[in-house]
Design a binder for this molecule. Sequence first.
Ligand code: NAD
Length: 250
Amino acid sequence: MLDLTGKVVLVTGGSRGIGAATVRTLAAAGADVLVHYGRGEDEARSLVAEVGEERATALGADLAQPEAGAVIFREALTWRGRVDVLVNNAGIAPTVTVDAPDDAWADTWAQTLQVNLVAVADLCREAILHFRTRGGGTIINVASRAAFRGDNPDAMHYAASKGGVIALTRSIARGYAREGILAYAVAPGWVRTDMAEGYLREHAADIARDIPMGDVVPPEEVAHTIAFLASGLARHMTGATLDLNGASYV
Ligand code: NAD
């Protein structure tokens, strides 16, 4: 098992899905974890109780609100006085058709870009400002295979937001490597979580045919990948985006 003892990690959207699997994996590897949640306060608190209150704490904020990203990071610093690793996992995947009313189209784009990209950039910015006072730190951003492959045509805003996350990650890696700041992205294909559940149920046969491994990604595998990146065992991979898709590449 990787040893993350002593590392303080902030996981956004840590209350369920990939985020909750990540919190469990990081805590099992010895990290102290801040479990950020949007709406799932009860889930976040029961996860903290499961992990142990001496090792985890819950932190709520709606990333759809401008400036929430900066506020969360600053609040996170008050728990242990530092953050060593930021995992930007929170995200949304609404759909909208091209023939939807203008306001529905505009709202979907604005909300998706705010939560999936602008809030991520705001959190990264705060992390960089903090990390540079400490000689380094690690950022891990959850992107998506959709960034490379496109997505459902009713979710092009989602694909665009995740493409932005990958470009953001690489810019940070290149720009701040000399200050010891590392940035990685992970790009999962379908992962079995609440976000994907409905679609996976409806399109099970097509999805299984499309994935050479024949199965969608378990959230724990994304969590293990994040833990590996957080460990510092492969620092020179900074800027990389790691695929998890059962060989269903573009
Ligand atoms: P999920 O819906 O189970 O969890 C999403 C998390 O984000 C939740 O904890 C939720 O509270 C949080 N969140 C959403 N909107 C928020 C807001 N406005 N403010 C604060 N928190 C908010 O989804 P998941 O499948 O675990 O997704 C996690 C990440 O993985 C997302 O970034 C998603 O885009 C990405 N991803 C998922 C899949 C998949 O197939 N499930 C595939 C590729 C990438």
